[in-house]
Design a protein around this ligand. Structure first.
Ligand SMILES: *Cc1c(COP(=O)(O)O)cnc(C)c1O
Length: 421
């Protein structure tokens, strides 16, 4: 595979963009391919190479790239203007659509990213409970703001995970192992009166793909209700990915607040906080909890979201379900035939493989998987025209535009990659 142009572009980019990129994971070694365009399930790079894409912009492109309906929505909105600083009817339309789908959603505040959504949801939880502590799960990613950038692992827990984050910003963040009821019971017993919220991804999509154990979400719902702690589902990945109403509909557990991003904008930048009216009304201007943004509810993203959700119906989710099952059963057959130790996790159109003989159910067990083998797997896939995210801590996604032929080609590349381990 010829990557001369990408190599040159990267060598130039590092002079002008820190690390040559605008978000760290994009800088995989020795250099990333530079995308020129994308359509459907495929990315096309500067050297004319083609990749079947399972990264999908790290989640948003559930309808594939450059979807015709999204192009139309964008063109329509461009003509009408792109930022007004005054409300639009379309914000109400999209809010009503979210509320009709998502069990906990009674009101919505639109923002510009998942980071902003979780930051604001945590502020709201602290504001309405008048408590400061929050619980998150080890290794879980809720965006790049101070309160959630804490080190994982015992000993280091509670310390900032980046220079520039003051200890004061993480002092009130408690990290707990995922899927561990006992740990949560203990933390709540020790800090119950001070805990504002528990925030979690219902499926850990930033530690690969780790589903909740049977009963774990129900346990969290019960213990938070008993202790007046606000339960926040961070559905920036799972929202509109697992089903029409996201993970809370899929698992049948209703949190107090939810955060969205990624898919909600139909490929345009967006975030949202939704939840119980009594809490949401506490946001400014009605309530005292401050939250604001120049581009919040911006019409390009809102119109993109309206267009995307129109297409995201039950039939589409059934189709994604079938594709996910097809891919995983193919992967599992190959891995088993080759006698490789693996843990294959997947829910609907989310999939990740770990090269480990032991069960993976939280961050610590994911860390035990062989990440060098994963990188090797990633590289062979890339050389064979299949792009998955370059880390075992990310999740693979399937779009509505992935064809059976794409999946079969992918399985062929995976067979090569698994043989190459
Ligand atoms: C991507 C992600 C975020 C951050 O969203 P951005 O739009 O990148 O700021 C937050 N939470 C989860 C679960 C995510 O996957």
């Amino acid at each position: 595979m010829n990557l001369d142009k990408s190599k040159k572009l990267f060598e130039e980019a590092v002079n002008y963009l820190p690390g040559g990129v605008d978000s760290p994971i994009r800088a995989f070694k020795p250099y990333p391919f530079f995308v020129e365009k994308a359509k459907g399930s495929k990315l096309f790079d500067a050297d004319g190479n083609e990749y079947i894409d399972y990264c999908l912009g790290y989640g948003p492109q559930i309808l594939g790239h450059a979807n015709d309906a999204l192009i139309e929505a964008a063109n329509e909105q461009l003509e009408l203007g792109t930022a007004y600083g005054v409300p639009t009817e379309k914000e109400v339309i999209l809010a009503k659509e979210v509320i009709s789908r998502v069990p906990c959603a009674e009101m919505v505040r639109f923002v510009n990213s998942g980071t902003e959504a979780t930051m604001s949801a945590i502020r709201l939880a602290r504001g309405v409970t008048n408590r400061n502590k929050i619980i998150k799960f080890e290794g879980a990613y809720h965006g790049a703001h101070d309160a959630v950038l804490i080190k994982s692992g015992s000993g280091a827990a509670g310390k900032p995970d980046s220079p520039g984050v003051p200890e004061d910003a993480t002092r009130n963040t408690i990290s707990a192992p995922f899927n561990d009821e006992e740990a949560i019971r203990r933390i709540v017993a020790e800090n119950g009166e001070d805990i504002a919220c528990i925030i979690l991804e219902p499926i850990m999509g930033n530690v690969g793909c780790i589903p909740p154990r049977e009963g774990f979400l129900k346990f969290l719902r019960e213990i938070t209700l008993e202790n007046n702690i606000i339960l926040i589902f961070d559905e920036v990945i799972t929202g509109f990915r697992l089903s029409r109403g996201g993970a809370q509909e899929y698992f049948g557990i209703t949190p107090d607040l939810v955060t969205f991003g990624k898919i909600l904008g139909g490929g345009f930048p967006i975030g949202a906080i939704a939840g119980k009216k009594e809490y949401m009304e506490q946001f400014a201007p009605n309530g005292p909890v401050y939250q604001a943004g120049t581009f919040s509810g911006n019409p390009m993203s809102i119109n993109g979201g309206i267009a995307a959700l129109k297409i995201l119906d039950d039939k589409l989710y059934r189709d994604l379900h079938d594709k996910g099952e097809y891919l995983r059963s193919g992967m599992s057959d190959i891995l088993t035939d080759l006698n490789i130790d693996f843990q294959l996790h997947g829910v609907e159109s989310m999939t990740q493989v770990y090269f480990s003989e032991d069960e993976v159910y939280d961050y610590a067990t994911a860390q035990q998987a062989n990440s060098d083998e994963f990188l090797n797997y990633f590289r062979t896939l890339l050389e064979n025209g299949v792009f998955v995210a370059p880390s075992q801590y990310e999740c693979g996604f399937i779009s509505s535009e992935h064809s059976r032929e794409d999946l079969d080609k992918t399985l062929e590349a995976m067979e090569l990659a698994f043989k190459n381990l």
